[in-house]
Design a protein around this ligand. Structure first.
Ligand SMILES: Cc1cc2nc3c(=O)[nH]c(=O)nc-3n(C[C@H](O)[C@H](O)[C@H](O)COP(=O)(O)O)c2cc1C
Length: 252
């Protein structure tokens, strides 16, 4: 247990010089890709661009004060604007550096390395077939990955039988690609990745609250089975957090 606490600590300067190895960046290795490649012949689904959002105008303090974890969702579908809003707020790309050595998003990230891809299990979004999708953040579009039979039940079981998770209209699945951050920060990367993830997850909470949706961060899931469902190798790409989103009861 105590050795795991090391992960939370940083280093004093004298120690840093001894234990932190030379980075791939210092070795002039090429920088990693900040968006996972995909077959560009495949059609992408257009999302609503942020300048066209008509939702999300609630007072900031209301959003902060009302945010809670919400685990009960109605059967209603989300609409495309709501889904676009959530994706924009959690991983929207505002700027790509000229040398492509990082991207600026709506969330902060250590060294602007943004080590995540957003996968979505879509159960109910108006106009979109249910299935597994990936957010193509550089162009703010959606890529269909595959259909998942009986997705709701599967996701419930894979989250240690938290069956409400599979009942979300959409289930966000954040996937870490650790090398994006390791390229610069080597052994320091993993704490930074965890902190980066907290920012993304909190933005989903706040974005949901701003448009009367509900969400909850889900840390309990079966790692290997979830990675396999998303066709990830579990080493260079791995699921790090899951979050169902749905319409909530109007009274709550
Ligand atoms: C990293 C993390 C993992 C969590 N995992 C779960 C989970 O697996 N299941 C669940 O029902 N809630 C989970 N939660 C939600 C917490 O239980 C919740 O945030 C906490 O009880 C405080 O309640 P509040 O969010 O309503 O303020 C998680 C929250 C975080 C930040």
């Amino acid at each position: 247990m105590e050795s795991n606490r090391r992960f939370l600590l940083f280093f004093d300067k004298d120690e840093y010089e001894k234990v932190v190895p030379e980075s791939d960046e210092e070795k002039n290795k090429p920088f990693p890709l900040f968006q996972k490649p995909y077959d560009e012949n495949k059609p992408l689904i257009d999302l609503i661009p942020p300048e066209k959002f008509e939702i999300g105008k609630k007072s900031f303090l209301d959003v902060i004060n009302r945010r809670i974890s919400r685990r009960n969702y109605t059967e209603e579908a989300l609409n495309l604007e709501e889904l676009s809003f959530l994706l924009w707020c959690t991983q929207g790309v505002k700027k790509t550096f000229k040398d492509k050595a990082g991207v600026l998003r709506t969330v902060p990230s250590a060294g602007a390395k943004s080590p995540f891809e957003t996968y979505l299990i879509i159960n109910r979004v108006e106009g979109i077939e249910p299935g597994l999708y990936r957010y193509i953040s550089f162009s703010h579009k959606l890529l269909f990955v595959k259909s998942i039979e009986d997705a709701g039940r599967k996701i419930g079981e894979l989250t240690y039988d938290q069956m409400f998770v599979g009942k979300g209209a959409v289930v966000f699945c954040w996937v870490a690609i650790p090398y994006r951050t390791e390229w610069r920060y080597t052994i320091l990367a993993h704490k930074f990745i965890a902190i980066d993830l907290g920012h993304v997850s909190e933005n989903l909470y706040l974005a949901c609250e701003a448009i009367n949706l509900g969400t909850v961060a889900i840390g309990y899931y079966e790692q290997k089975k979830f990675d396999a469902l998303l066709e990830l190798d579990g080493k260079d790409e791995l699921v790090v957090l899951v979050a169902p989103v749905g319409k909530r009861q109007r009274s709550k």
